[in-house]
Ligand binder design. Structure first.
Ligand code: PEP
Length: 255
């Protein structure tokens, strides 16, 4: 079964609701024509306050909406936090879990990532589980071990049916927001390791159907080569998704 490519734009803490509305209106109409007959799924991941305006501006288009994080509990006294049901209600289909900035800036460990993953699934959201090594891990030759541990712990108590709802994103931390991209060979090699991990834990059928993205300084100039790798099913794009034209070029590279 073919895996449907996914190009996702993570806006991080950029784009006010007003800016979001302008971007989404222009982007939805520009990709609408270009997307005719395309199999690529497109996802925008704005900050929380911009989600509702994005939903309005994207209505009637095939562009999906996602959130950058979710709290592990369904409701309660968690000032500043946002639950899965709130995200579903505002129109999110997807949510990022374990993005490297959540792990390294906000201190989400693998146990927290796993709780968030379960919360997202419980709310009917499609999680994008992000994993990736820091530069010291890569230099020490421990990338595969680090990624396997993140998968062991992040996907704890996830059954095969739940895994079908999950997309995995390989994002080497040293390549995020740095302008330094993993070479297509490096990205392919580690994503193949992730697919083997899935085969070992869930069997060959799920390993061949699970969607695995690459993220880390993806731009129009490198997207085509990265996306041409056999195990890379799409891209999680940060900086280059903030410009409608460059993001549309990356979407076009997936086709
Ligand atoms: C990201 O935010 O997931 C990301 C990959 O950022 P950038 O494309 O800017 O490296």
């Amino acid at each position: 079964m073919g895996r449907r490519p996914l190009i996702a734009g993570n806006w991080k803490m950029h784009m006010t609701p007003t800016e979001t509305e302008a971007f989404c209106s222009a982007f939805a109409s520009s990709v609408a024509g270009a997307q005719a007959g395309s199999n690529t799924e497109i996802l925008l991941i704005p900050p929380f306050p911009s989600l509702d305006r994005a939903r309005g501006a994207l209505a009637g288009s095939d562009v999906k909406l996602g959130a950058q994080d979710v709290h592990p509990e369904p409701s309660g006294a968690f000032t500043g936090a946002v639950s899965g049901s709130m995200l579903s209600d505002v129109g999110c289909a997807y949510v990022l879990v374990g993005h490297s900035e959540r792990r390294h800036v906000f201190g989400d460990d693998d146990a927290m990532v796993n709780r968030k993953l379960h919360a997202a699934l419980g709310a009917g959201l499609l999680p994008i589980l992000c994993v990736g090594e820091v530069l010291d891990d890569r230099k020490a030759g421990s990338t595969d071990d680090v990624i396997s541990t993140q998968l062991d712990r992040g996907l704890a108590d996830i059954g095969p049916e739940a895994l079908e709802q999950i997309t995995i994103a390989y994002e080497p931390v040293w390549a995020i927001g740095t302008g330094e991209t993993a070479t297509p060979e490096q990205a392919q090699e580690t994503i193949a390791v992730i697919r083997s991990w899935v085969a070992e834990h869930f069997g060959d059928a799920l390993a061949s159907s699970v969607r695995i993205l690459y993220g880390g300084s993806v731009k129009p100039a490198n997207a085509r080569e990265l996306l041409a790798q056999p195990d890379i099913d799409g891209a999680l794009v940060g900086g280059a998704s903030l410009n409608a034209e460059t993001f549309a070029q990356i979407v076009a590279a997936a086709d």
